[in-house]
Write a protein that binds this ligand. Sequence first.
Ligand SMILES: O=C(O)c1cc(C(=O)O)oc(=O)c1
Length: 301
Amino acid sequence: MSDRIISWHSAPSKPAYTPPAGAVDAHCHVFGPMARFPFSAKAKYLPEDAGPDQLFALRDHLGFSRNVIVQASCHGTDNAATLDAIAKSEGPDGFKRARGVAVVDPAVDEAGLAALHDAGIRGIRFNFLKRLVDDAPKDKFLDVTARLPESWHVVIYFEADILEELRPFMDAIPVPLVIDHMGRPDVRQGPDGKDMMAFRRLLDSREDIWFKATCPERLDAVKEGGMGAPWDNFAAAVAPLVADYQDRVIWGTDWPHPNMQDEIADDGHIVDMIPRIAPSAALQEKMLVTNPMRLYWPEEL
Ligand SMILES: O=C(O)c1cc(C(=O)O)oc(=O)c1
């Protein structure tokens, strides 16, 4: 692996949609900068730097107030770049406008987790995508969930075809779960398709499972229809899910869109999907403000 890749749009358009005051982009990442924060030796892709300055400029451009920075697989279990970005989100008022989700070595002790909490981390991520990680040891993952600081959650990234296999593992996790990108359903199946129905069964199994209504650019037949709006399959499959589970849905840009270098999405278009999956102001307020605040800034509510 030698060539560094760019997966983000160089000049995203201004969205037509204006998010409500206090809106949270609850799924985004930072890459590097590599000179300070080298990528993991096990990284499956080698991106160009996409650091906090770029992320926060995008936040302002798109009309958001806060970010939840999710540790990307290319940084392995070294969360230094994510923590640096959270620290840099502090404004002149001393208030940090970002929090984060870490990826940890499951052997991490309570002191290590407490240090992450102090630095703004509120959850850990388990990644089950074979194209992104070499192994995902369920027993060790379960072990660390018993040591998490109060009010933390687990973020899980998996693909629809392993949902059933993961059910016993997820059932055993003793803290709230947040599912990345809805577990990657095939949105072409529609709102009542096999994947969405299996995902609904998962949500129905526990009150404390949340999900991210994210990634039209990844999930909507990119290769077939070509990139770009209108992402109709995504809107049709996801809007009913958002309506039916409106107190458990959060949203994010997924910037800088790891592994989407062949289909670079315009973040302005991604933001303009929001009213298509959450049509009312009340739903938008829940998805973009109330729900992510409950997970990441509960002390402010
Ligand atoms: O589908 C992906 O390639 C992807 C990768 C990562 C990561 O590398 O952490 O994060 C995501 O949210 C999505």
